[in-house]
Design a protein around this ligand. Structure first.
Ligand code: SF4
Length: 273
C-alpha cells in the first residue's frame, strides 16, 4: 500500500527547488525577474533564503504566498536520494522537471483528502481514496515514473470528483439560493474589489472567482466552494472560512486576515496576519 505523503512543506529538507526551478517576473509580488531553472540571487549556499525575515518589505511577497504541498522534500530526499543539484549538476533539469509535476500531484492529493472527508457518500469517499492511491504512487515513483504521469488526465478526474462532492456538500447549505446568484456570486465571477462584507455566503459556488481585494469581512463562507478562487488581497477579517471547501494555504497566504479570521484546522495563519 502506498504511504500518504506529508503535504506540508519541509524547507529544511529541500534543495530550494521553488527558489530555483520556478521563474518569476518583476511585479508587485517579486522585486526582480528570475528565469526558471536558475537560482534566486537571494538564495544562500545551504539553500536557505538570506532575506527570509523581510521578504514582504523587500518586495518578495510572492515568496510568502507559495506553497509546494510538500513536493520539495519528497523530490529532494526520496526521488533524488538526498543528492542536490549542486552536488550533481547533471541532475538539475530532471530534478526541476520532476518537482513541477510532483507539486501538481501533491496539490491534487490535498484536494482529494478534503473531498474524501467532506462527502457524505461512501462511494465518493472510496473513489477519492482510490484516486489518491494512484496519484501518491506516481508521486513517489522514480524520476521516469513521475515524468510519465498523465497530469492532464489526472487533473480531469480529480476535478470531476471535487465538483461532485462540492455539489453534494453545498446543496445542504442552500447552494441554489437565487439571491446569491443574482448578486453576482457565482463560479468564475469577476468580484474584484466587491463589497461582500457581512454576507451569508454558505454553499456559494465561488470556484475560480476573482475576489482580488474583495471585502469579505465578517462573512460566513461555510461550505462555499473556493476551488481556484483568487483571494489576493481579499479582506477576511472576522470572516468564517473554517468549513469553506477546497481552500489552500497559498490562497490564505495571499489574502489579508486577522486573528478573528476563522480558517480550516489544517491551514495555518500567515505571519503577516
Ligand atoms: S527571495 Fe528567498 S524565498 Fe524568494 S525565491 Fe529568492 S531565495 Fe527563495
Amino acid at each position: 500500500m502506498t504511504i500518504s505523503p506529508n503535504l506540508s512543506p519541509d524547507c529544511g529538507n529541500c534543495f530550494a527547488l521553488c527558489c530555483t526551478a520556478l521563474g518569476f517576473s518583476r511585479s508587485a509580488d517579486f522585486a526582480i525577474d528570475k528565469p526558471a531553472a536558475s537560482p534566486c540571487p537571494n538564495m544562500a549556499g545551504d539553500f536557505s533564503c538570506t532575506i527570509h525575515q523581510s521578504l514582504r518589505p523587500r518586495g518578495f511577497s510572492g515568496c510568502t504566498v507559495f506553497d509546494c504541498f510538500g513536493a520539495g522534500q519528497v523530490v529532494s530526499q526520496q526521488t533524488f536520494s538526498g543528492i542536490s543539484w549542486t552536488q550533481d549538476p547533471s541532475s538539475m533539469s530532471s530534478m526541476f522537471a520532476v518537482f513541477k509535476i510532483v507539486r501538481q500531484l501533491h496539490e491534487m492529493l490535498w484536494y482529494l483528502a478534503e473531498a474524501g472527508e467532506r462527502t457524505f457518500d461512501p462511494d465518493l469517499a472510496a473513489a477519492a481514496d482510490q484516486l489518491s492511491e494512484g496519484i501518491a504512487a506516481a508521486a513517489q515513483g522514480d524520476a521516469a515514473t513521475v515524468l510519465a504521469a498523465d497530469v492532464v488526465s489526472l487533473h480531469g478526474e480529480v476535478r470531476a470528483l471535487l465538483m461532485e462532492v462540492s455539489d453534494e456538500v453545498r446543496a445542504s447549505y442552500g447552494a441554489e439560493d437565487q439571491q446569491t446568484v443574482d448578486g453576482g456570486v457565482r463560479a468564475g465571477a469577476d468580484l474584484v474589489g466587491a463589497n461582500l462584507a457581512n454576507r451569508r455566503l454558505c454553499g456559494a459556488d465561488l470556484r475560480s472567482a476573482y475576489l482580488i481585494g474583495a471585502n469579505l469581512r465578517g462573512s460566513d463562507l461555510t461550505a462555499a466552494d473556493l476551488l481556484g478562487a483568487d483571494l489576493r488581497g481579499a479582506q477576511l477579517q472576522g470572516a468564517d472560512l473554517s468549513k469553506a471547501l477546497y481552500l489552500t494555504q497559498p490562497q490564505i497566504n495571499a489574502a489579508e486576515g486577522a486573528p478573528t479570521t476563522l480558517i480550516p484546522t489544517r491551514l495555518t495563519s500567515p505571519a503577516h496576519w
